[in-house]
Design a protein around this ligand. Sequence first.
Ligand code: ARG
Length: 278
Amino acid sequence: MTSTLAVTADSTHSPTTRRYLMCRPTHFEVAYSINPWMDVAVPVDRELAERQWESLVATYRALGHTVDIIEGVPGLPDMVFAANSAAVVGGKVFAANMHSPERRGEQAPYRQWFAEHFTEVHLPLAGSEGQGDFTWTGSRLLAGTGYRTDPEAHAEAAARLEVPVVGLELTDPRFYHLDTALFVLGHEQIAYYPQAFSDRSRAVLERLYPDAVLATTADALCLGLNAVSDGATVVIAPEATDLIAQLHARGYRTIGLDLSELLKAGGGAKCCTLEIHP
Ligand code: ARG
């Protein structure tokens, strides 16, 4: 079986053209466990993973977006999760400083790619996992902490990228990166899973986004929030049925993409996608 593509009717919102960086999963596997989704005893079908990833690339390109591709490196099975390589806002790169020793080898090839494509590349001093924990809304950087990215890195990102940063604390290990619990729909609107956050952070989100889309536990547990929106179309896990219905009610179009193999490492569409915000 290849991946399923379920496309719905047109959106009432207007999309903006995006640029993404993605890493081919040539060396993808679950060789260690650094989050609750990863079980080294569960086999991964790498060929299926490659087909699923290819259909994600094809989906973005069909939507008119630009996809740059970096090749995977042997021995770095999680390199496919390009979102963790940096946060890029305003053409400035705030590179990653990975929490897990298993993933630190990814930094050199990604940093080299950034150096070849950007003039301003900042290396954090504190632990920082790129867009896994930094989400640009268009006017502010929402910044997760709790499992991977240190709060000190939030301050560094604010200074280096010269943007306002709002820190958010994650409290459920299944939602170890901000992008597993929250995504930006566009137009200063977000969707999130409230129970993944501390009471204080939940209050912050309620104040900033009183009209946000709230995901159910079932939606969150299939990584439905690890979705990618261009402002009109949302690429999302097809099992997130309640969330998909809510998105349709708000006028968004959805494309359900099955990334079953990448999910075994705790990643979905967003994890595979680094958005380069110009
Ligand atoms: N196995 C990877 C890890 O635990 C998955 C990373 C997913 N990436 C993301 N942006 N949430 O680090």
